[in-house]
Structures are given as structure tokens and as C-alpha cells.
Design a protein. Structure first.
Lengths: 74, 150
């Protein structure tokens, strides 16, 4: 089961975490985005297992993916 | 360079942070404290701020940003950043830098705040009388951040 986590306004929309049953061969970050609305690749960055990941990065069934909206600290 | 970067889950006292930092430092020390504002940009009252964070990557981002102040040749930096629910008037962020001379300390603090605004892993929501809204970096924030490129 892959754990997909959301933050900020995305967490309000989708909840903090969603668990997805991925195929054994996994899928790409782009494939995951397509499962949710409003995960625009231009503004929402993705991390796979705590590392920034590109659209073609592979997500395996036991991975953790974080979708990060624009930041606002300070 | 000594680096102290801390994610604070509870209210902290910036005056104590500064006093502790001064006790460890030499030469010139500059600091900045950011407090939660009581109103929105439009002047509407705010009940509270909420700063969402990532359980691991937020602390990592604070560590990386604080360490990057080494470019100014400072001797020590301290960064304390709140997360969670923050009442108006409470401190959100404290930044301090110690250096042999004042210019490096001023520049390091200025730089660290610009980096924190755009690169630290936080998501800020204002809860006010007219509802809640998520805050995102403005063009001015990005322009401030860009001053330190190159």
C-alpha cells in the first residue's frame, strides 16, 4: 500500500493521508497526480520517500509520496 | 559555524532565545522576531494562524536554510520556527546571527528570513472573522528571495 500525504490546502481537500493499492510494478508520480484533482505539476511539488521527485519518478507499492503546495513560512 | 535550527510545537519566548544566543556569541549579533499579526492584509481580525508542517522534511528544511548562512562568514546562527496553532501576538519565528562585524550579521539575518518565507516547509492559514484562507508566497516574497541568487 502506498501512502499519499497532503499538506496545507491540499490536506483540507483530500485529508492528510490516502492509502492507495498500487500494482506490483508501481506507477509514476504523473500517474498518481492523475488520480486527484488540482495537483498541478507547475505548483505542487512531489516527494517520494522524503526526496524531491520528478514526474517520471517510480512509485512502488510500499513508498510514501508527499504532495507539497506552495510554501509560506516566516 | 554553529547552527541551531529548531521547530517549536509550543509557544516560545524570543527574548530568552536572544539572551541565550548573546551569551554564546562574540562581536556583533543581529536578530529578527516575527509575531503573528492580529489582522489580515485587508484589516479584518484574525483569531489565529495555523502553520501546517511535514513531520520530517520541515526540520530538514530549517537545518538546510540555517546552514546556508555560512556564505556570510558568520560564527553562529539560530533559527526557531513555530508550527501548529498560533495566537495573535505570539512569536512565529526568531532568527539570530553572530559575526565578528555587524554587516555579516545583518545580512545573514536578512537572508535567512527571505529563505524561510519561500523555502521552509510550512503552509500558513489565517483563521479570521471572514473565514479561513491559505497564504502563499507573493511576488514580493519571491523578489526578496531572488536578491540572494548568484
Amino acid at each position: 500500500m502506498a501512502r499519499i500525504a497532503f499538506y496545507g490546502r491540499l490536506a483540507e481537500r483530500f485529508g492528510r493521508e490516502v492509502v492507495l493499492d498500487l500494482p506490483d510494478e508501481g506507477c509514476t508520480v504523473a500517474d498518481l497526480r492523475a488520480c486527484f484533482e488540482a495537483l498541478d505539476a507547475a505548483t505542487i511539488r512531489a516527494c517520494v520517500n522524503d526526496e524531491m521527485a520528478g514526474e517520471q519518478a517510480l512509485v512502488r507499492p510500499d513508498d510514501r509520496v508527499d504532495f507539497l503546495p506552495p510554501l509560506s513560512g516566516g | 559555524m554553529r547552527v541551531d535550527a529548531r521547530l517549536a510545537h509550543e509557544p516560545f519566548a524570543p527574548e530568552q532565545e536572544l539572551a541565550g544566543f548573546i551569551a554564546e556569541g562574540t562581536g556583533a549579533i543581529a536578530s529578527f522576531t516575527g509575531l503573528a499579526r492580529p489582522t489580515t492584509k485587508e484589516g479584518m481580525p484574525i483569531h489565529r494562524l495555523f502553520l501546517d508542517h511535514h513531520s520530517r522534511l520541515t526540520q530538514r528544511s530549517l537545518n538546510d536554510i540555517a546552514a546556508s548562512a555560512e556564505r556570510f562568514g558568520v560564527e553562529a546562527v539560530r533559527v526557531v520556527h513555530r508550527c501548529g496553532e498560533i495566537a495573535p501576538g505570539e512569536a512565529i519565528v526568531f532568527v539570530a546571527a553572530a559575526a565578528a562585524h555587524r554587516r555579516a550579521a545583518f545580512d545573514a539575518v536578512d537572508y535567512l528570513m527571505d529563505r524561510l518565507k519561500t523555502d521552509a516547509l510550512f503552509w500558513k492559514r489565517e483563521d479570521g472573522v471572514d473565514g479561513s484562507r491559505w497564504i502563499e508566497p507573493t511576488e514580493a516574497d519571491r523578489a526578496d528571495r531572488a536578491r540572494w541568487s548568484g
